[in-house]
Design a protein around this ligand. Structure first.
Ligand SMILES: [Zn+2]
Length: 130
């Protein structure tokens, strides 16, 4: 799948919905490419008590459920279709799934297909070897 196709899939999966006063989902959508060549999708889940998780971690949960931990590429979009970069929690979470994920590429410019590697988002992890 090209980045353009991954972007289109992420946009297709957007489904912003207020399920009830304390639960919304689908305003952010992510597509991950695993090292196994499969693609995993996820959306955000937000609960009023502060629990919930981002689309990237939702997609990563599906990937881990399928037995994969290594990410090659990530595309994440907000409900307006704009590309999003991972929050701090997602940077940490994805990096801890596999040391190889430091090379995971995030699409940051759809037009130019510019990417940023996870290690650039998280240059000095707390658990790096000294
Ligand atoms: Zn996040």
């Amino acid at each position: 799948m090209t980045y353009k196709e991954m972007y289109a899939l992420a946009v297709k999966n957007l489904a912003p919905k207020e399920h009830h006063a304390g639960f919304s989902s689908g305003a952010v959508s992510a597509v991950l490419e695993g090292a196994n060549g499969k693609y995993y999708c996820g959306v955000n889940i937000d609960l009023y008590c502060g629990l919930g998780f981002c689309a990237e971690r939702s997609a990563a949960a599906a990937m881990v459920t399928d037995g994969e931990t290594v990410i090659r590429r990530v595309v994440c979009v907000g409900e307006d279709g704009a590309l999003m970069t991972p929050c701090g929690a997602c940077r940490e979470f994805l990096s801890l799934l596999s040391p190889e994920n430091e090379n995971a590429e995030f699409l940051v410019d759809a037009a130019g297909e510019k990417t940023v590697k996870l290690r650039e988002f998280l240059p000095h992890p707390w658990n790096e070897e000294k």
